[in-house]
Design a protein around this ligand. Sequence first.
Ligand code: AHG
Ligand code: MN
Ligand code: MN
Length: 344
Amino acid sequence: MERTTFVQHIRQQEKSNPGATGEFTTLMNEIIVASKIISLEVNSAGIGENVLGLTGKINVQGEEVQKLDEFSDITFTTIIGKSEAVCAITSEEKEDPYIIPSEDNPGKYIFMMDPLDGSSNIDVNVNIGTIFSIYRKKSEGDEVTDEDLRQKGDEQVAAGYIVYGSSTILVYTAGQGVYGFTLDPSLGEFFLSHPDLKIPEQGSTYSANEGNWGIWEENQKNLVSFLKEDNPSSGRPYKLRYIGSLVADFHRTLLKGGLFMYPKDKNSPKGKLRFSFEAAPLALIVENAGGKASTGKQRILDITPKGIHDRLPLFIGSKKDVEMAESHLSATEKKGGWFKWLSG
Ligand code: AHG
Ligand code: MN
Ligand code: MN
């Protein structure tokens, strides 16, 4: 059986773009290298030294840094930083952007990442992943400006993620279709396994941390209550699936359809997930697969963040399911809820 490697696929795509310089292909190749290193580390997490557990540090998000968070951050930063394809790297784990020094020959792209998503699942053998997003430097001249690091979601050149799970899968889009590749561990090579992925128009699953029920707004509770109602003619009740690793919950949603949501709540009044490292890249992927991504009110890709660590509510998945969520959220919000006293 003839199999298409990731590199072959990227080269084929590049041929249909006459202005391509090869820099994008180089960058994608380096992402592959870094992801293979992390995949190996994750697979040996139980036996490897210094892989499990905490570093004892707290990151810019105020969260405890796991050893694997740090390892992934360093691995990606080192490899992508020397690729000669990027001029800056931003990471969930780093407060400030890493600007590539001139001796490392900066390139034209900007790389943003959640180096390890699902940190709370590292020690328990549950799927975790890496999410990345690529923009082009917009400003003239050598300096990387604030405008370069805070671009509208729609301006992404490409985005993708790697799930380190029962197998390691890389899913990416460069704006023309969504493609999935599975790592063959015996060869150490990613092969095309999911050509031109499309998300079902409607699913039968919802995904949310329902433990937060007591700190949700009324409109959010109403939405989930609706999904749980017994109404077979409209496909309800929906099933509940929640892993707690966005990348894995999203991957399931992409393949099977449905709705993933992380709404704002009393403890996270702006939402928990990050625009640059989580919401925007997955929004680009889901839209290219025929789905939708929204804050509940606004299309994610229409947003220009104010800061590189901005957080926001996220509703992502099948087109009809996200639209249904939006209509519930806007219909019930007028009734009020805790957000009234919170914003007052
Ligand atoms: P990270 O591990 O990169 O900090 O991200 C964790 C995120 C995301 O993966 C997941 O969807 C969500 O946090 C889980 O949050 P809860 O534990 O609040 O459900
Ligand atoms: Mn994350
Ligand atoms: Mn992370």
